[in-house]
Design a protein around this ligand. Structure first.
Ligand SMILES: [Zn+2]
Length: 300
């Protein structure tokens, strides 16, 4: 596949998935958003643009480039598997599963190491969760993730096609499981046996820290069940959790500059206790009141 065609397919696919999820959210939202789209999307999409530029400018190779190097040099665990007669399709599937476990582990580490949490918490500070949240990561987190992925690809000897498929699937599932949509409960119970669903991932964005530290999976839900980090629903019930972090809820925290600088700042203004109280009050108001406030906020 030519590099140009690969970029066209990747970007085209991502825009298509974003569009479909955005339309689905608009037609059948799971919950009424606190702040809504208009105040949040410029920052959330702006940080995505910063991420893309940062990765292009600062990293000498991509994960696909690393896969081609590993294949040419015969590096990585997959070379051993091939020697032992494991067929290519099995190496391909095992590579996808191993990369997913790497991403899960990385996510857990980002929650538990304080300086990494400072970078990752910007993703969690979004006071609503929708398709744009799935694209909102700090550029330093994106760069560290890219380096981890390159090291994993070299160590495992992941085939280049598996890297492309993994990256496309991860982008798609991240947008899907952050979306403000709901699968019918029965379907959700089935789908979440093989892939993380929006209802499963909303638990991870709850303001309650024990819930934030659960459901770390992005693609496969199995790691959470295996390592005891799975929670079926928030304590407040499906769709009832307050979303975000207690310390970054101000309107001033939504712009691009605020998102970039957030890891290097402590919470502005209110104490944690005050923030949790006001967040709960906001979340508990009647949906009509919230929609009115949202409309006021969105007036030009
Ligand atoms: Zn997280």
């Amino acid at each position: 596949m030519s590099p140009t065609l690969e970029i066209v397919l990747r970007v085209g696919g991502a825009v298509l998935v974003f569009g479909v999820m955005a339309l689905w959210e608009w037609a059948a939202p799971r919950r009424v958003l606190l702040a809504g789209r208009r105040p949040r999307w410029p920052g959330n999409l702006g940080i995505l643009a910063v991420d893309i530029v940062a990765v292009r400018l600062l990293l000498p190779i991509t994960a696909v480039g690393a896969a081609l190097i590993a294949a040419a040099k015969g590096w990585g665990a997959s070379a051993w598997l091939t020697l032992w007669g494991v067929p290519d399709w099995a190496v391909f599937v095992l590579s996808l599963i191993a990369l997913d476990l790497t991403i899960y582990t990385q996510h857990v580490v980002f929650h538990h190491v304080p300086w990494l949490w400072r970078l990752h918490r910007m993703h969690h500070a979004d006071i609503d969760i929708d398709v744009s949240t799935g694209l909102r990561f700090h550029p330093l987190e994106i760069l560290i993730s890219a380096v981890i992925k390159i090291v994993a690809v070299l160590a495992l000897g992941v085939p280049a096609l598996a890297v492309v498929v993994f990256e496309v699937v991860l982008n798609t599932t991240a947008m899907f499981n952050h979306s403000n949509v709901a699968l019918p409960p029965r379907l959700d119970r089935l789908v979440r046996l093989i892939v993380v669903t929006p209802q499963m991932h909303q638990v991870h964005h709850s303001i309650v820290r024990a819930e934030t530290d659960s459901n770390f999976g992005f693609n496969l839900p199995w790691w959470d069940r295996l390592f005891g980090t799975y929670r079926a629903a928030p304590a407040a019930g499906d769709g009832g959790a307050v979303i975000g972090l207690p310390e970054f809820r101000d309107e001033t925290e939504r712009g691009l500059l605020a998102l970039v600088t957030q890891p290097f700042r402590s919470a502005r203004s209110k104490s944690r206790a005050q923030s949790v109280r006001s967040a709960s009050v906001q979340a508990a108001e009647h949906p009509d009141q919230r929609q009115d406030r949202q409309r006021d906020a969105e007036k030009p």
